[in-house]
Design a protein around this ligand. Structure first.
Ligand SMILES: Nc1ncnc2c1ncn2[C@@H]1O[C@H](COP(=O)(O)OP(=O)(O)OP(=O)(O)O)[C@@H](O)[C@H]1O
Ligand code: NI
Length: 380
């Protein structure tokens, strides 16, 4: 593993075994996080972002299970399940035990922040006590030193008058202030990686933007790496260095943020970018992605995006494109999974004309950020 790589994820697959069938929530994703970088994981609701985030910490419960892949964190194997030449699936001997994950990894080396801070805060204890206890346990500090450290951390995340606010209960804090407390808790053990699952989605835009500024500052100061889960390309533009775009359990494109915004290589990324407001365009020019993301339980054949893709061809209904390196000169790794970049099927693709999909039929009215509100042509 490259010395600058903090986390490496290879071909990760997580599935839910439900009565209706197998949900392929995460279906073979690969990416890595470098030291001090903020990696965005972006996609519509149901794309598999949260399942991917939780899988890294092995927080997937029944009926869910990580069924394949490898996750390495520094020298440690957080997960390793590989198919041998004989077709047998074997667990890597070096894989950490559940006890190791609990004791050494979660909270200490990799912290996670969720969208709803009340899920992580106990309403019957004060903010200060919870933070102090967390520091006491995880950093083996005495009570007094831990209290001081807790106050220091509250100050770090911009809580005014932290000595007094230490004694407040969670309900006495605003949503934005609670989210700051969780950031303090996440940072308290100086982990090398923080996974943030839409921590600002429920906040209003002004508060969201203050928190994003705070995170950008703290990231610099502590040199922490982040995985930032969001459905909002605006948030990606604001704080991420690199980005992975997810669609139905797969990463369809990944690149440095600038490269992705200026030169997207996948029709889904292009559609996502057209659906967000840009400073140089009026709102009238917004063009929401048409149709609704299909269910992960029964994904479309071939390219999973073909039912909504304005560029889809006949061949896209049959062939599931592999992620190809599409880096231009001077770019860092840029990968996209679209047949237009495929040596074998690309010619076929280019020679044919687009087929009718919900993007071209004119019926679709789907929303980009929260699919499921309105039906596309495929629903009828
Ligand atoms: N406990 C579960 N049982 C069955 N299916 C599940 C479970 N948890 C998640 N899924 C399915 O896994 C897929 C991915 O869900 P996930 O929560 O990761 O999406 P997401 O990208 O985080 O979306 P959102 O933006 O809404 O948070 C979805 O199809 C979802 O229905
Ligand atoms: Ni989610």
């Amino acid at each position: 593993m490259h010395p600058d790589t903090v986390l490496n994820v290879e071909n990760l697959k997580t599935q839910f075994f439900t009565e209706e069938g197998v949900v392929r929530a995460v279906d073979g994703i690969s990416f890595s996080v470098k030291r001090g970088e903020i990696l965005g994981l972006v996609g519509e609701s149901g794309a598999g972002k949260s399942v991917a985030a939780k899988s890294i910490l092995r927080l997937i419960d029944n009926p869910g299970e990580i069924v394949g892949g490898r996750i390495t964190f520094g020298e440690k194997t957080l997960f390793g399940l590989e198919e041998g030449d004989d077709g047998e699936v074997r667990q890597d001997e070096a894989m950490l035990s559940n006890a190791d994950m609990r004791r050494d990894i979660r909270g200490r080396e990799i912290a996670i922040i969720f969208q709803d801070p009340m899920e992580s805060l106990n309403p019957v204890f004060t903010i200060g006590e919870q933070l102090r206890e967390f520091i006491e346990i995880n950093r083996e500090m005495g009570k007094k030193a831990a209290r001081e450290e807790a106050i220091h951390m509250l100050r770090e995340v911009g809580i005014p008058d932290p000595e007094t606010r230490y004694d407040s209960y969670p309900h006495q804090f605003s949503g934005g202030m609670r989210q700051r407390v969780l950031i303090a808790m996440a940072l308290a053990c100086e982990p090398s990686l923080i996974i943030a699952d839409e921590p600002t989605t429920a906040l209003d835009v002004t508060v969201e933007s203050q928190i994003l500024d705070l995170v950008a500052d703290l990231q610099q100061k502590y040199d922490t790496s982040f995985i930032w889960v969001t459905h909002d390309m605006g948030v990606v533009a604001e704080i991420c260095d690199r980005v992975c775009v997810m669609y139905l359990g797969q990463i369809i494109e990944q690149a440095d943020v600038d490269d992705l915004f200026y030169d997207p290589k996948h029709p889904y990324t292009e559609a996502l970018l057209r659906s967000i407001p840009r400073p140089d365009e009026t709102v009238d020019e917004l063009d929401p992605i048409k149709g609704v993301m299909p269910e992960a339980i029964n994904p479309p054949s071939g390219c999973r995006f073909h039912t909504r893709c304005p560029e889809a061809r006949e061949v896209c209904m049959e062939v599931d494109p592999e992620a190809k390196d599409v880096s231009e000169a001077g770019e860092r790794l840029h990968r996209a999974a679209c047949l237009i970049h495929d040596d074998e099927f690309g010619a076929d693709y280019r020679a044919s004309t687009p087929i009718e999909t919900s993007a071209t039929s004119g019926f679709g009215t789907g929303l980009a950020s929260d699919g499921g509100v309105s039906g596309g042509a495929d629903d009828e």
